[in-house]
Design a protein around this ligand. Structure first.
Ligand SMILES: *Cc1c(COP(=O)(O)O)cnc(C)c1O
Length: 379
């Protein structure tokens, strides 16, 4: 089956009772046993639920993994993978990973005895230099947030493998439609399904997708033991969203390219960060490892904070809000919104300035998006 077909069908056609065309929601905490020896595959919803299982089969098939656990948030998916490690283990992560992930590593798992190094992964040599005898995992995220830096997945996974560590990729920003880290040698993929996979800004969720049996068993054990699984209703929403992933991503990208080109030629815009533009430093790498450039972009507006405030107050279509990956276009200010949990020096070090705005381009017609930006940026 081709990708778009898997989105629509895998895991879905399971209702043998009434042959419903879509997956039913099973809002039940428990399931009856036939007798003391047998039940029909499910006994308690924390451990498993037919609606959640349908979503898990679907997402595993989209990334090309063997198993998936759907969790209640993206952060709980990431936390589940961290529980695979032990005090004394060392993990290498990118210096510009998602702020919530940085906080989880730095303020929660570090206290539990796991060691972290944050390195610039633009050069895989930096990862190699950071590898130690106790390095158990290399954590990567590409493109990065909010400046859309791209890292070479194959090169970094190879460094990890040679050093006896596993690699885990957060693939939220592109979705499996545009990038499949397993094809570049990665061992585990996580997502915040809140973003493109669900795509309609009406649920928070996550998933962990594995490709090795021992990882699948361990993650499944952890998700059940910690109670991280998503609700049947949320699973159903994500499953519904994912059916249109391919066509949505095409529409998202069409708009993003148009918006990036418009901003790039605008006199008041100092710089546009979008891998689809030829002057993006990793444009060729993005072309090689992704099958599209995605729909996240950032730009620096001349005039700093006053200019930013004025432009934001005039936006009509672009909503001032965090998050990303929904059908509606959003704009936000990383310095005080999405990246507020980082210290100011850390933000500046990562290249986030007081001029930087981040945009999640929705699926509205590009002409309407450009018209809104044009009037909002007019002097
Ligand atoms: C949103 C996001 C997360 C966290 O997901 P939640 O669903 O908000 O818990 C993790 N990684 C990336 C890249 C994200 O964009």
């Amino acid at each position: 089956m081709q990708f778009e077909t898997r989105c629509v069908h895998v895991g879905v056609d399971k209702d043998s009772t009434y042959l419903s065309a879509t997956t039913p929601i099973y809002p039940t905490s428990t399931f009856r046993w036939d007798d003391l020896k047998s039940h029909r595959g499910f006994d308690y919803t924390r451990s498993g639920n037919p609606t959640r299982k349908a979503l898990e089969e679907n997402l595993a098939a989209l990334e090309g993994g063997i198993d998936c656990r759907a969790t209640c948030t993206g952060m709980s998916a990431i936390a589940a993978t961290m529980h695979m490690f032990q005090p004394g283990d060392h993990i290498i992560a990118g210096h510009d990973i998602y702020g919530g992930t940085y906080r989880l590593f730095d303020a929660v798992f570090r206290k539990m005895g796991i060691e972290f190094s944050f390195v610039r992964m633009g050069d895989p040599e930096n990862v190699r230099k950071a590898m130690k005898s106790n390095t158990k995992c290399v954590w990567l995220e590409t493109p990065s947030n909010p400046l859309l830096n791209i890292v070479d997945i194959a090169a970094i996974c190879e460094v990890a493998r040679k050093g006896g560590a596993i690699s885990i990729a957060d693939n939220t920003f592109l979705s499996p439609y545009l990038q499949r880290p397993f094809e570049h040698g990665c061992d585990i993929v996580v997502h915040s399904t809140t973003k493109y996979l669900n795509g309609h800004s009406d649920v928070v969720g996550g998933c962990v997708i594995t490709r090795h049996k021992e990882h699948a068993e361990r993650v499944s054990y952890i998700v059940n033991a910690l109670g991280l699984g998503c609700s049947p209703f949320d699973a159903w929403l994500v499953l519904r969203g994912v059916k249109t992933l391919g066509p949505r991503m095409e529409a998202h990208q069409r708009g993003a390219m148009a918006v990036a080109e418009f901003l790039d030629s605008h006199a008041r815009v100092e710089h546009v960060y979008y891998p689809g533009l030829k002057d993006h430093p990793q444009h060729d790498l993005a072309k090689r490892q992704q099958s599209g450039f995605g729909a996240m972009l950032s730009f620096d507006l001349k005039g700093g904070l006053p200019a930013v405030e004025k432009a934001l107050s005039k936006m009509k279509m672009f909503q001032l809000a965090e998050s990303l990956g929904g059908v509606e276009s959003l704009i936000e200010y990383p310095d005080s919104m999405s990246h507020a949990s980082m210290s100011e020096p850390a933000r500046r070090e990562a290249g986030i300035s007081e001029k930087t705005l981040r945009v999640s381009v929705g699926i509205e017609h590009p002409d309407d998006l450009i018209a809104d930006l044009k009037q909002a940026l007019a002097e």
